[in-house]
Design a binder for this molecule. Sequence first.
Ligand code: HPA
Ligand code: ZN
Length: 334
Amino acid sequence: MPLPAAELHLHVEGTLEPELAFELAARNGVRLPYADTDELREAYRFEDLQSFLNLYYELMAVLRTEQDFADLADAYLARAAAQGVRHAEIFFDPQAHLARGVAMGTVVEGLWRALASSERRHGVSTRLIMCFLRDESAESALATLEAARPYLDRITGVGLDSAEVGHPPAKFREVYEAAAALGLHRVAHAGEEGPPEYITEALDVLGVERVDHGLRCMEDPALVERLVRERVPLTLCPLSNVRLRTVDTLADHPLPAMLDAGLLCTVNSDDPAYFGGYVGDNFTAVRAALGLTEDRLRELARNSFLAAFLDDDEERRARYLAEVEAYEFGDTVA
Ligand code: HPA
Ligand code: ZN
C-alpha cells in the first residue's frame, strides 16, 4: 500500500503523457512534429528549465476542448491515486491556452469536469490553483485574473511559474494584492533557478503562503532560519530537479539537509509525464538515493497535509493526518 500524501506542486499540463498527446492530436486534427511516442520521448532530455518549457508549451497545442482538459486531469488523478495521493492541489497555466485561442471557460470547466468526480472515482480531493506566467507582463497577469472572475468559485489560489531568472516576484505585486483581496490563497515558484532573494521577495511582496521549489534557500542561512521560524512550506520536486539539472544527481539533493535544518518540506512531482515519475515514484527515488528513514518519509507525508489548503475542511485534514500516522511501511512507498 502506498504512503498517503497530498500533492501540492503539480502542473496539470505537465501530466500530458506521450500516448495521450498523440490521442488528442488525432482527435483534434493537430499535427505534432514527432513521428510517434518513442520519438517524442527522445525529446525529453532537458538542459535546463527553458529547454523543458519549450516542449511543454509546444505539446499544449493538442489541448483544445473541455473534454481534452477533463481527460488530461482524469488521467492524472487515476495515476496519482494509485500512488497514494489523497489530495491534489493542481496548477494550470491559462495564459498558455488563452494565447492559442482556447477560452478560460473551456480550461476551467474542462478541468472541473474531472475534479468534480475525483473524490467518488479516485478517492482524491482536489483544489485548483491558477498560475501566472512570469515571463509574460504584469498587465497580462491582471487580465488573466479578470478573465477568471466568473470561475473563482472553482479556484482556490494563484501561483507563479514559467521562466524564473530575470522575472522577479515583485513584478506581480499588484495582481497578488488583487488575488488576496478576492480571498485567494497565494503561492509562487521561487528559488528553483532563481536566487534566494526571489524567495524573500515572494514572501514579503507577494505574501505567499507556500514556496514552490525554494531549493536555493540553502544558500542563505538567515533565510533558512526565517522559513523554519515562520513554518513556510516548501514544495520540493526531486525528480524534476535532476531532469532540469538543478541538482547533479538525486544523491546530491539537499532534501536531507533541508529536513535536518527544520524546514517544512514536501515531495511533489511537478511535471510527472516529463520528469520520470509521479509522487510515489518521487518518494521511492528519494528513499533509495538519500536513504531516508521511515520517520523522515512519514514527516514528508505529514507535512504535505499540514501545508495543504484545507483550512475550509479541517476535519478532512485531520482524517488524512491520521492515515499518515497509521501507515505501516513495507518495501515500497508507491
Ligand atoms: N518550473 C517553472 N515553471 C513551470 C514548471 C517548473 O518546473 N513546470 C511547468 N511550468
Ligand atoms: Zn513547478
